[in-house]
Ligand binder design. Sequence first.
Ligand code: ADP
Ligand code: MG
Length: 328
Amino acid sequence: MKKILAVILFLTILLTACVKQAPQEAELFAMDTLMQLRIWGGENDLSAIKGEIVRLDTLLSATGPDSALAMLNKNGRADLTPELNELIQSALALSEQTGGAFDPTVYPLVCAWGFPEKSYHVPEKAERTSLLQYVGTQHLHINGTSLTMDAGTQLDFGAIAKGYTAQHCIEILKEHGVQAALLSLGGNVQTLGSKPDGSEWIIGITNPENPSQAVACLRFSGSMAVVTSGSYQRYFEQDGKRYHHIIDPKTGMPADSGLCSVTVLAQDGATADALSTALFVMGLERGTDFWRENDDFEAVFIVADGKIYATEGAATMLNDCSFTEIKR
Ligand code: ADP
Ligand code: MG
């Protein structure tokens, strides 16, 4: 009898352990993309971060009628909440760090190409030149918590909002003592901790030629933001030519840097997001120089002919593909 009881007790403990190891999962559509959330441990944390994603979507969308950002763009000024102030300060710092390759004021050009409303159109050179005068962070004036923009200048957080949101959700989960999480916000993946079963995180890198498939995967343990910007993510075609949504703030044209995608690995989600966009604009050569001057990220570049290049740190995590390693 004692033996049977011991077996039952053992099975119960085993079952409880298994249940504890099963992740809670949710899917939602926000920020114009499908998001998948998976967490291990914690109680009501999934609904808490879902709520935060919806809140930040409303706050940071440039198109939403009631969003704080749309109001700012309409009025040309705003009193910044601490949250918006923090985001704008990091966007300004990243813009400076990347020599303006990431520039949150590129929005008038993004609109001229019709990306926000999906009413696509190729702007004439004269239109682009005239709109470029409003682009540049020198058109933003911050005094304490008050932001004023020069007439014609507009802000867009499209290249940083998902990374910022993922980072914010990870901070909430950490505060709540969640052991492990895998958040996938469109092309923005962020991990927290290590999987309870001890296995590595495996994050696929999309094949730009065939976006329903992966061309390689990254394997690692621990917390990391993995963000990809690619010309296959949003584009339209006109007269047999493809025009994608990552704009070179110097020319007002879709960045023609010879890259199909860039994946950035970094500790901070907003940084990884902004840098993936910036490196896409820079291209392989300038992007490599930039990586050599900065030690807070690693990157995987896929060039137009499909060749893959990985910086030293990324190379140690990259699997299932052949690639060229970029040394420091
Ligand atoms: P996605 O949003 O598809 O994941 P990105 O993070 O690269 O891709 O962001 C692209 C979006 O950011 C564009 O849709 C546009 O709103 C905005 N954007 C485009 N070019 C730039 C740029 N050079 N700097 C900052 N934002 C940009
Ligand atoms: Mg980005």
